[in-house]
Design a protein around this ligand. Structure first.
Ligand SMILES: Cc1cc2nc3c(=O)[nH]c(=O)nc-3n(C[C@H](O)[C@H](O)[C@H](O)COP(=O)(O)O)c2cc1C
Length: 169
């Protein structure tokens, strides 16, 4: 059966080990492309209809409000894949407050992942996956949650060996 890589990634000011940096390509995006390349799988980027601010502190403010209020920000569904044809979903997101951005919650609410293998991959400023994988299971209790991959945001460029190992290559 087939695999697909689904991800959300924030460009602009972001936090990694060295402090706040302005990045043109999001860390998760870099990792998502690497994984898709190794699997020869399609990519679907979750693009929020209301873009997140460029500024780090403003992004933190908005995403914290979304987290606290249980918001479900909409994403562009124009090219939404037919997930029924995929058995394996590689789901990528940055660690936001130990969890995932709420647009991932929107995705998990919307797409039926029952019986599908879900492989989380996460970039962070150092916290790794935290409790985000358990949260996936609470949104999609009947998915088969597989071992996740965590990479520090500032190390994604050199993550290919880790990715290959994670994929069992
Ligand atoms: C709103 C927000 C919250 C974050 N919370 C955490 C956190 O709790 N722990 C952590 O290690 N990194 C945290 N980070 C840092 C991101 O996880 C890290 O920069 C990640 O690599 C960004 O990936 P991206 O460029 O694909 O969005 C946070 C970043 C943002 C913008």
């Amino acid at each position: 059966m087939a695999s697909i890589v689904v991800y959300f990634s924030h460009t602009g000011e972001n936090y990694s080990a060295g402090g706040i940096k302005d990045i043109k390509t999001g860390h998760v995006e870099t990792l998502a492309k690497m994984i898709a390349g190794e699997l020869n799988a399609p990519l679907f980027r979750l693009v929020p209809l209301e873009p997140y601010p460029h500024n780090y502190q403003e992004t933190v403010r908005r995403s914290k409000e979304e987290y606290d209020s249980g918001a479900r920000p909409s994403f562009d569904e124009a090219n939404m894949p037919d997930f029924a044809q995929y058995s394996d979903i590689y789901l990528g997101y940055p660690n936001w407050f130990g969890s995932f951005p709420r647009v991932i919650a929107t995705f998990l609410d919307k797409v039926n992942l029952d019986g599908k293998a879900v492989h989380p991959f996460v970039t962070s400023g150092g916290s790794g996956i935290s409790f985000s994988d358990r949260e996936i299971k609470s949104f999609a209790p009947f998915c088969d949650l597989c071992r996740g991959l965590a990479v520090n945001g500032d190390q994604v460029e050199s993550a290919l060996p880790l990715v290959k190992k994670w994929l069992g290559k």
